[in-house]
Write a protein that binds this ligand. Structure first.
Ligand code: ZN
Length: 181
């Protein structure tokens, strides 16, 4: 069957199950998750024979649910088994990974920028304050070398790690996979 057509039918059937089932049952059987998986499977079925077979399995698993709540234990077990098998197949063969939504990507970019800024500004301020107090105290206990050592330590142990983690966040914010639906 043409893929988009198949997916549209599945989407309709899952939506009508949403009306029949209680919220608890609907989320216990992860029907929203099934919808996402169905979308993925339908986009892969042309090139992957196993995904092609999964389409038929999803169809019959959902067909078993149409008389909800008149569904046997065996049919429920069958559904759960099908669901797990498909997820496992997608993870192993089609790199199903944690997928970020657009708002998660945006959040990652802000966190990254905040970390980079903090990693640069904090060591700078602390080093400036140290050398100021060194000057006003007419030398104090810290020599120039002391200021350099403490400033350097802060840059190496706080500044650089913050900047590195910040860059990772920003990259993930720009390059992370986007959930399609
Ligand atoms: Zn596949």
């Amino acid at each position: 069957m043409e893929n988009n057509k198949w997916y549209e039918i599945i989407e309709k059937q899952i939506n009508s199950l949403k009306d029949k089932m209680s919220k608890g049952d609907y989320s216990a059987f992860e029907l929203d998750g099934l919808l996402r998986i169905a979308k993925r499977v339908s986009s892969l079925s042309a090139e992957c024979s196993q995904c092609d077979e999964f389409e038929a399995k999803i169809t019959s698993a959902i067909a078993n649910f149409t008389d909800w709540p008149n569904v046997s234990k065996e049919q429920k077990d069958n559904y759960v088994r099908t669901f797990r098998n498909i997820v496992k197949h997608l993870e192993n063969n089609h790199r199903l990974e944690p997928i970020d939504s657009e708002s998660e990507r945006k959040k990652n970019r802000y966190i990254g920028l905040a970390l980079i800024t903090t990693g640069i500004i904090v060591p700078l301020i602390i080093t400036l304050l140290l050398s100021e107090s060194f000057k006003t105290n007419g030398g104090g206990q810290l020599g120039d070398i002391g200021v350099a050592v403490i400033g350097g330590g802060i840059i190496i142990f706080i500044g650089i790690p913050l900047v590195i983690v910040g860059v990772i966040y920003v990259l993930r914010g720009f390059l992370g996979k986007v959930r399609k639906n």
